[in-house]
Design a protein around this ligand. Structure first.
Ligand code: G16
Length: 543
């Protein structure tokens, strides 16, 4: 088989963001675009000669074509073996698990996560390292440097490899091993959770609705929730992955998973509702008449994890991203374990998990996970919730009420201003940054600023330093607003404003979040001049 060396030139803007390289699909489909980036990954990690890689994606448009390119380029650069999910499908957590189970050197995940898919929507490529987790900053920096120096790439000229059924084939001397994407992951979940207890819960008439949002979790959820756990057929909906996610936006939040929210808030609501995103690492949890914020979900899971066999010996620590609410901190304090505060991005949890310093991690952006893999894991969170509900036999609403009564409530909301002008967004952040030293003591919209800084992180395990991770404004009384620009968008800039206030007064735990946060919302808007600078009257998405 012929290996071709193709002359190329660096392409601007191939800098991995919060989670890999995400761009418009058409951009990825331009000549050399994908090939340049894949070769730069190989170059950035010191080559793939004799290495074993895992490959899979979330099934979005271009997933199948891109997978064939990755295989031909891995073969051309001398990889020993690529383990690929059947149909080129693997959820992100399942890919992380396969890398770990098979002791692979790394993996390529084709996904733009919760971003929509299709020829006019988004595509993405992530590289994960041998611990199964997203490449840390030093690796992504080397990959980016390689994109700026690339002059050629290598690719095998060959027919497509048949990925439609499990088995082994050879491609220019490289083994291509096609595996069922669900089997290993299902086994992992069986080892962590009390499937008998959850089966008994369903047998008692407990009803749930899992919305897979036409994305990759569908086959996993159907096999586990309906197949293993005995939930009635129809409990998992939108379970067939489609290249454009059924025309939807596979982001499990109250806006994009509105049909599920409507069901759960209505008279016919089942006991439990959940959804996951494009590549299966995010989750949304909702009880009958009761939406659970991701920050509260993390706290409740951490407080009750010992009810699941995999966590019965307790947790070593909890880690959360800085903009995530402090609800988990209170649980960590009660459990007498540390709580780490990291920058946004799952990659920052990797060292803590590897070092055994954290067991459960979570983010406000609908991600929760544990040391079972090195990615967040949507279905894992749903199964842990089910395990807890099976052990406790209470409703989601009572579990949450009980949690707030014990720990207090961190009212929380995130306001997103999407697709705004990048220059205006950068200026808003720059101006706010310049004013940080003068803000403490100032009264804004009736709120007094108690502290203001920009978050920077020193990794306690490897000592690496990461700066510029979000501007934090604290207010008298303990509330705060955090300002950050998203690192996952593909169009213009997205300003995220994270709002939080703690309440322990038993009489004030049942307020509506936006109402409870009204003072902080007003102060944040005025401080940053959001309306004037973005030209937006209100946020595009409120979670
Ligand atoms: C990715 C990262 C998460 C992060 C989220 C939002 O999630 O893995 O750690 O919280 O993006 O990031 P940003 O605020 O920069 O847009 P996913 O599910 O998109 O891979």
């Amino acid at each position: 088989m012929k290996i071709t060396t193709v002359k190329t030139q660096p392409i601007d803007g191939q800098k991995p963001g919060t989670s890999g390289l995400r761009k418009k699909t058409r951009q990825f489909m331009q000549p050399h675009y994908l090939e340049n980036f894949i070769q730069s990954i190989w170059n950035g990690i010191g080559g793939v000669h004799d290495k074993v890689l895992v490959l899979g994606g979330d099934g979005r448009y271009f997933n199948d074509r891109a997978a064939q390119v990755v295989l031909r380029m891995a073969a051309a650069s001398g990889a020993a073996r690529v383990i690929v999910g059947q149909g080129a499908l693997l959820s992100t957590p399942a890919a992380s698990n396969l890398i770990r189970q098979r002791r692979a050197d790394g993996g390529i995940i084709l996904s733009a996560s919760h971003n929509p898919g299709g020829p006019d929507e988004d595509f993405g490529v992530k590289y994960n390292i041998s611990n199964g987790g997203p490449a840390p900053e030093d690796v992504t920096n080397r990959i980016f440097a390689a994109t700026q120096e690339i002059s050629e790439y290598h690719i095998v000229e060959a027919q497509d490899v048949d990925l439609s059924r499990p088995g082994k084939t050879a491609l220019a001397g490289m083994v291509v091993e096609v595996v069922d994407p669900v089997v290993d992951y299902k086994e992992l979940m069986q080892g962590l959770f009390d499937f008998d207890a959850i089966r008994a819960l369903f047998a008692s008439g407990f009803q749930m609705r899992f919305d897979a949002m036409h994305a990759v979790t569908g086959p996993y959820a159907r096999a586990i929730i309906e197949g293993e756990l005995g939930a009635p057929a129809g409990s998992v909906i939108n379970a067939t992955p489609s290249p454009d996610f059924g025309g939807g936006h596979p982001d499990p939040n109250p806006i994009w998973a509105k049909p599920l929210m409507d069901l759960m808030m209505g008279a016919e609501a089942p006991d439990f509702g959940a959804a996951s995103d494009g590549d299966g690492d995010r989750n949304m949890i909702v009880g009958r008449g009761c939406y659970v914020t991701p920050s509260d979900s993390l706290a409740v899971l951490a407080a009750n994890a010992h009810m699941a066999p995999g966590y019965r010996h307790g947790l070593k620590g909890i880690a959360r991203s800085m903009p995530t609410s402090g609800a988990a901190d209170r649980v960590a304090e009660a459990l007498g374990i540390p709580c780490f505060e990291t920058p946004t991005g799952w990659k920052f949890f990797g060292t803590l998990l590897d070092a055994g310093r954290a067991t459960i991690c979570g983010e406000e952006s609908a991600g929760t996970g544990s040391d079972h893999v090195r990615e967040k894991d949507g279905l894992w969170a749903v199964l842990l919730w089910l395990n807890i509900l099976a052990a406790r036999r209470v409703s989601v609403a009572s579990l949450i009420a009980e949690h707030w009564a014990r720990f207090g409530r961190n009212y929380y909301s995130r306001h997103d201003y999407e697709g705004i002008d990048s220059t205006a967004a950068t200026r808003l952040m720059d101006d706010l940054r310049a004013r940080l030293p003068d803000l403490p003591g100032q009264v804004v919209a009736g709120m007094t600023v108690s502290g203001a800084d920009e978050f920077a992180y020193d990794d306690p395990v490897d000592g690496s330093h990461t700066g510029g991770q979000g501007i934090r404004i604290g207010f008298d009384g303990g509330g705060r607003a955090v300002f950050r620009l998203s690192g996952t968008g593909t169009q213009g800039a997205t300003l995220r404003v994270y709002l939080e206030r703690y309440e322990s007064d038993a009489a004030r735990l049942g307020m509506e979040s936006q109402e409870a946060l009204a003072g902080i919302i007003a102060a944040a808007g005025e401080l940053a001049g959001i309306r004037a600078r973005t030209g937006r009257e209100s946020p595009d998405v409120i979670t």
